[in-house]
Design a protein around this ligand. Sequence first.
Ligand code: GCO
Length: 447
Amino acid sequence: MKNSVFPNNFLWGAATSAYQIEGGASLDNKTDSIWDVFCRKKGAIANEETGDIAIDHYHLWEQDLKIAKDLNLKAYRFSISWPRIFPERKKQNMKGIEFYEKIIDTLIQYKIEPIITLFHWDLPKYLQDLGGWANRDVVEDFVEYATYVFDKYKGKVKYWITHNEPWVVANLGYAYGVHAPGIISPELVPKVNHHLLLSHGLAVQSMRSMQPSQVETKIGIGLNLAAIFPANSQLEKDRTAANKFKLEMYDQYLQPLFKGKYPPNLDNKDFIRAGDIEDIKTPVDFLGVNYYTKHNIQSDSNSYSGYKVVEPSPNSFSSMWDFYPEGIFEVINEIHSEYTIKEILITENGTACNHKTSANEEVNDNQRIKYIEEHLKQVARLICEGVPISGYFYWSLFDNFEWAFGYDKRFGLVSVDYLTQKRTIKKSGEWLAQFIESKRRKINSVT
Ligand code: GCO
């Protein structure tokens, strides 16, 4: 791959999220999030596992950030646990602020750009008790939380992501019930989406009004965008199903965010109030794209949505998803030509490898190297075409708690032995570290 395609200041990074790595579920005043509650529900998570301890990053953060440095990362994307900062409604917790402050300061010391995700799914339980994202009042709580965190770290942190994957929050959490809060009420999905988007727009406005002059601030949102195809392109019903899925995964977010309108089937709902759409359209500095795979969509009259995602075809990469690196090019190229987006960060891309369930087996992960390499080739293509991509974040820095799959799926560049909490850098981690370093050498030798 032509290494020099990537600009000098490209953000080579890896990502994590609070609930998936921290543990410390009830330490230092933190109260339950909806994921703490959901994990206690019998049958919700594979092997009844929980994030109570996870990879104990709450205690091992120093060692973990040292690993990020050893991997030559230039950026690290992590999320803040909302109930660590606001353990009760309207009540702040300095211990939570101090925890993330240490992380930010250490990253800065290591010259690693900190990128904060404000909401990576761990809504405080007390807000779910009010109806969660189906209740418009929660919008204000999010704005208060985002504003408070921004105020604390704004002098140090440049990149902010309000929400991670609202599609997943709304659909898996409120319709399919396989993620927290485990609700199966598909009729709530458009309302939940609307409140997520509104809270995003209002938080951006509030954060902007406090933007410091000495540090550039960039605020965006992260969407999961898959490449979408009809399972059988000869069948009209599959084509219709694929179009519907695409409308729900793309248009439902991108249109209000970047064009200030909902797709026609969504624009007349009673929960949309005058002015909401303008607030949602508040300009962002970048879009985060999480790309993993393609989805083949089949019409399915038994499903509330009218479609289902076909099981991936057998491949040597992952049993969860198809291996389709061209998709990252196709998806980003398409949205770049359809919407005016100033900057794009690939905020997640990664794979769990097949049949690797123990930490030891995982270390020789040639498949993961291939996965990253093939996706980066496509990212290089995008950059050559002039698409403004400023960073790539592998998901994930560590093996960690993979939501409903528990600890079965290992996505990390670093393996974790869940019994001893021992970290071992995988071959893919070494590979990426060398790739980043070789790029740095190349640029230095030119200048
Ligand atoms: C996501 C999720 C991550 C997952 C990853 C692998 O944003 O999709 O944020 O938390 O672990 O996508 O499924």
